[in-house]
Design a protein around this ligand. Structure first.
Ligand code: FES
Length: 224
């Protein structure tokens, strides 16, 4: 047996063929099928999961629990934000569309082999949903780095921690004046565009996270 197995859980022959080529280029074998079983954890190098197939989320959870370092790429045909988020929460490294599966798998396997860890992405929403709205435009309630507040200013989206670095108050409940947010609890002020602390009692800057736009959809990048 080679250095491991990539499970291609799909009934799309074209995607399976291209993903298998990406796995082979990384020296890995493949198991292909819409309901194929996962191999023993020690052999599991990766999983590609078609989210519209029954049991896809469960397969992602099982793979992530059994082989925490394996590469998991989930994909779907239609932009279904809830399913996208569920796949991220289940443990997928990347959630993408059909056309990008082989590229995402190749990148993920290369990272795995080199030991590099890439920033994780959380899908926010299509950019059009923020158009015409300014200031505080949303909140990600749960993420690996806690709650995230979203601001739309000057034509750009900004993602910052929604926990004040002084004592953890939710900044979403504070007043926003231009790019300056005032903490509702003790009055610390921060610039939401770069996180800079402008006034205490907080003595740290606010954490900021990059926002990237891909195919008209906004994502926030979390530290690896
Ligand atoms: S919790 Fe924000 S200033 Fe104290």
């Amino acid at each position: 047996m080679s250095g491991g197995v990539v499970v291609l859980r799909t009934d799309d022959a074209r995607i399976a063929r291209r993903a298998a080529a990406a796995a082979a280029a990384a020296g890995l074998e493949t198991l292909i099928g819409a309901a194929v079983m996962l191999p023993a954890p020690a052999l599991l190098a990766g999983l590609v999961a078609e989210l519209e197939l029954e049991g896809a989320l469960e397969a992602i959870r099982t793979a992530r629990a059994a082989a925490p370092d394996c590469t998991i790429v989930a994909f779907l045909s239609l932009p279904e934000p809830e399913l996208w988020r569920q796949a991220e929460a289940a443990g997928a490294d990347v959630v993408t569309t059909r056309g990008r599966v082989d590229r995402a798998l190749a990148d993920g396997l290369a990272d795995r082999l080199s030991g590099r860890r890439r920033a994780r992405r959380l899908r926010l929403a299509p950019l059009a949903e923020f158009a015409g709205r300014l200031g505080h435009v949303g909140r990600v309630d749960q993420s690996p780095v806690g709650a995230i507040a979203l601001y739309h200013l000057g034509g750009r989206l900004h993602a910052v921690s929604d926990a004040c670095p002084h004592a953890g108050a939710s900044l979403c409940e504070g007043d926003l004046d231009g790019p300056v947010i005032t903490c509702p609890r003790h009055g610390s002020q921060f610039q939401v565009t770069d996180g800079a602390r402008l006034r205490g009692p907080a003595d740290l800057d606010l954490r900021v996270f990059p926002v990237v736009i891909e195919a008209g959809v906004a994502f926030v990048e979390l530290p690896a």
